[in-house]
Design a binder for this molecule. Structure first.
Ligand SMILES: NC(=O)c1ccc[n+]([C@@H]2O[C@H](COP(=O)([O-])OP(=O)(O)OC[C@H]3O[C@@H](n4cnc5c(N)ncnc54)[C@H](O)[C@@H]3O)[C@@H](O)[C@H]2O)c1
Length: 313
């Protein structure tokens, strides 16, 4: 049987490098396009595989998009400026990468080519404080980052032949590491300062391990027709917890850390809600890696070389 061709834009990044690795190991033909903003070695372990192909190119360039989407069975556009602070600093590049490049992918891809798109569930909860959010809850993203991702999700859904996931806050190790994500950041901070200063500690969040995100995407490739033309929340259902509860979980593994509640500081993120992952679970996929196993993994990673992970976002 012909092995499928899968394009991952931004495939050298935090999620992409883990996803590419598993897809290459499974035997898919994997094509990566990435400018390698953060890491030029996150995919080095794949170089010797014949089914791995890499191009250092800019997905904002129309000619490049036209060329790279050809002959792909699946397109997974991960390339983006990620996170509110970065998008606020580089507004035009953020819109060009997070929205306009998606428009180009939609323009040049054929209808039969399948799209898998990821955004965050961070827009839920603004004005939804006491509700369990599902895919029908209104999304009101507060940041430019959130708005660009939300806009692209709508474009992808309108184009059809797609699956969209709204991810919980991701945690865990990757070949391109991020320590801005909440769990990763708390473990890193706890280990480097022995202190966790928590503001708005009662704010609730949902979390998911990066390996579960990878498995969820692969599940959607292997069950595409069952899932298509829908948006799904993807998170670990047992990990709907507050920031303070998360800090306490971390303290169990790093007992010397001192947790202090900060009373007069607001969380610009504004996330405070529980998320229902029922819709994807009913289709047959459930995240399973626990927060505890992720915390243990992160402690091992940071113990090896704490300095390496300073300011890596
Ligand atoms: N990590 C999360 O928690 C999370 C949650 C929800 C959604 N997402 C989405 O998943 C995707 C990947 O996120 P990530 O955490 O891996 O981020 P990341 O910053 O690690 O990866 C993004 C990658 O895109 C590349 N890139 C940026 N602009 C490019 C351009 N013009 N041309 C080519 N490559 C370019 C960067 O070099 C980088 O490798 C993003 O679309 C993000 O919005 C991530």
């Amino acid at each position: 049987m012909k092995k499928m061709n899968i394009l991952i834009t931004g495939g050298a990044g935090f999620l992409g490098s883990k996803l590419a690795t598993k897809l290459v190991y499974l035997g898919y033909n994997v094509f990566i396009v990435d400018l390698q903003f953060y890491s030029n070695d996150s995919l080095d372990h794949l170089i010797s595989f014949d089914n791995f192909h890499f191009s250092k190119s800019d997905i904002r360039n129309e000619k490049i998009v036209k060329k790279i989407v050809k002959n792909m069975d699946y397109i997974i556009p991960l390339a983006a400026l990620v996170g509110a602070p970065l998008c606020d600093k580089k507004k035009k590049i953020a819109v060009d990468t997070n929205v306009n490049a998606i428009k180009k992918i939609i323009k040049f891809s054929k209808k039969k080519q399948k799209l898998i798109y990821l955004t965050s569930n961070s827009g839920y909860g603004i004005g939804q404080k006491d509700k369990f959010c599902d895919e029908n809850s209104p999304l009101n993203p507060v940041s430019l980052y959130g708005r660009t991702k939300n806009e692209s999700e709508k474009l992808v859904m309108k184009r059809k032949n797609c699956v969209c996931f709204r991810l919980a806050t991701v945690f865990g190790y990757s070949f391109r590491m991020r320590t801005d994500l909440l769990v990763n950041n708390f473990v890193y901070t706890a280990m480097s300062t022995n202190a966790l200063k928590i503001f708005e500690g009662s704010f609730r969040r949902n979390f998911i391990h990066i390996d579960d995100v990878v498995d969820g995407i692969i599940f959607s490739i292997q069950n595409f027709n069952k899932l298509k033309n829908n948006v799904y929340n993807m998170g670990l259902s047992s990990a709907n917890i507050t920031k303070l509860e998360l800090a306490k979980k971390i303290k169990k593994f790093i007992p010397k850390v001192k947790i202090t509640k900060i009373l007069n500081q607001q969380d610009p993120d504004k996330r405070d809600y529980f998320v229902s992952n029922d819709k994807i679970e009913r289709k047959g996929f459930a995240a399973k890696k626990s927060l505890e196993s992720g915390i243990i993994e992160l402690i091992k990673v940071f113990k090896k070389n704490l300095k390496k992970y300073k300011n890596n976002y």
